[in-house]
Design a protein around this ligand. Structure first.
Ligand code: GLN
Length: 200
């Protein structure tokens, strides 16, 4: 655990765009470090689950003995932010996923993988995110999931084309898109603030 002003935030480094998140978190005022093992998870105030490939991430979490520690981390109310594949990993339920795909859970929502369709695999769009002042963020969507439905405890923070693309439930934040790829670190700033509040 760390001084509140500079919380220590891990980036789950089993697979995915880890380096970009480490940089975005550092720019947003955190001490950022990769997390691969349960001992490393125990040392961080919050955790980012990056974009990548959620089926692979699920398999590697099992191989590295991280599935149960990560489920416990989320269940204990520790702050977690999932982007894209990371959003899939914090969903309680999935659509269009392999039968054996596991998630860490934490958000009472159903997430559809690769939801925006093949013809529209990658795109960018201006997204207004509740709680982020200063105008829309640039949403980078890469074979992105959307949120099909949410439970009562889930706050919808952003939609695109009628689909939910950013949510928060308690200390868990998730976006379909990738703010770590844009140089605009306001969403990471929101998460750093969530981690500071949770540590208080
Ligand atoms: N389609 C990927 C998955 O299901 C997510 C893509 C991403 O993270 N950019 O894991």
């Amino acid at each position: 655990m760390s001084e509140l002003s500079t919380p220590t935030i891990g980036v789950l480094a089993l697979q995915g765009d880890v380096r970009e998140h480490l940089k975005a978190l550092a720019d947003a005022g955190a001490q950022a470090r990769p997390v691969r093992r349960p001992e490393e998870l125990a040392e961080v105030d919050g955790l980012v689950i990056p974009g990548g490939e959620s089926t692979t991430m699920s398999k590697l979490a099992i191989v590295f003995g991280m599935l149960e520690p990560l489920r416990a981390f989320v269940a204990a109310g520790r702050p977690v932010y999932g982007t894209c594949a990371g959003m899939i990993m914090v969903a309680d339920k999935l659509l269009d996923a392999r039968e054996d795909q596991e998630t860490f859970g934490g958000v009472d929502m159903i997430v559809r993988r690769n939801a925006f369709g093949r013809q529209n695999e990658s795109f960018e769009a201006a997204i207004d995110v509740a709680g982020i002042p200063g105008g829309p963020v640039e949403g980078v969507f890469i074979r992105a999931p959307w949120v099909e439905s949410v439970g009562a405890a889930v706050e919808v923070l952003a939609t695109y084309d009628g689909h939910t693309v950013a949510v928060r439930q308690g200390n868990v934040l998730a976006t379909s898109f990738h703010p770590e790829l844009t140089g605009d670190h306001r969403v990471h700033g929101l998460f750093v603030e969530m981690v500071r509040s949770a540590a208080r």
